[in-house]
Ligand binder design. Structure first.
Ligand SMILES: [Zn+2]
Length: 118
């Protein structure tokens, strides 16, 4: 019943404090920018439960959104309270693992170019 691919060994900020790191028991590491996770929230306020279509508009999410608090939800998920006031988001470890695999692929071929804005 426990799959090491979906069991985190460590959850927390990376050394620069700008990314959230999940280190899995099978040795893989997933890294997320906070905003990426925020935009991938699957809760009923961000995704239409009937259609599965995301209703959250990225324009309403601040570029510098960050987690105020992260809590374990049972043994299968993380609950995040975000700096934009959103606190109903629950991220199952299975979802986090999948998003981590997706975002590490996206990182390599699509730079966001946000650096110029600062
Ligand atoms: Zn949400």
């Amino acid at each position: 019943m426990s799959d090491p691919r979906f069991e985190p060994e460590y959850v927390g900020p990376d050394e620069t404090g700008t990314r959230l790191v999940v280190r899995w028991k099978d040795g893989a590491v997933s890294e997320f920018t906070p905003r990426f996770l925020r935009l991938n929230c699957r809760c009923a306020r961000c995704v239409d439960e009937m259609t599965g279509i995301r209703t959250l508009s990225p324009a309403t999410v601040p570029e510098d959104v960050y987690p105020l608090a992260i809590r374990a939800v049972g043994r299968y998920a993380l609950g995040v309270t975000w700096s934009d006031g959103h606190d109903t988001g629950i991220y199952s470890y299975e979802l986090l693992r999948r998003l981590g695999d997706e975002s590490s692929r996206a990182d390599s071929d699509s730079p966001t170019g946000n650096d110029a804005a600062s």
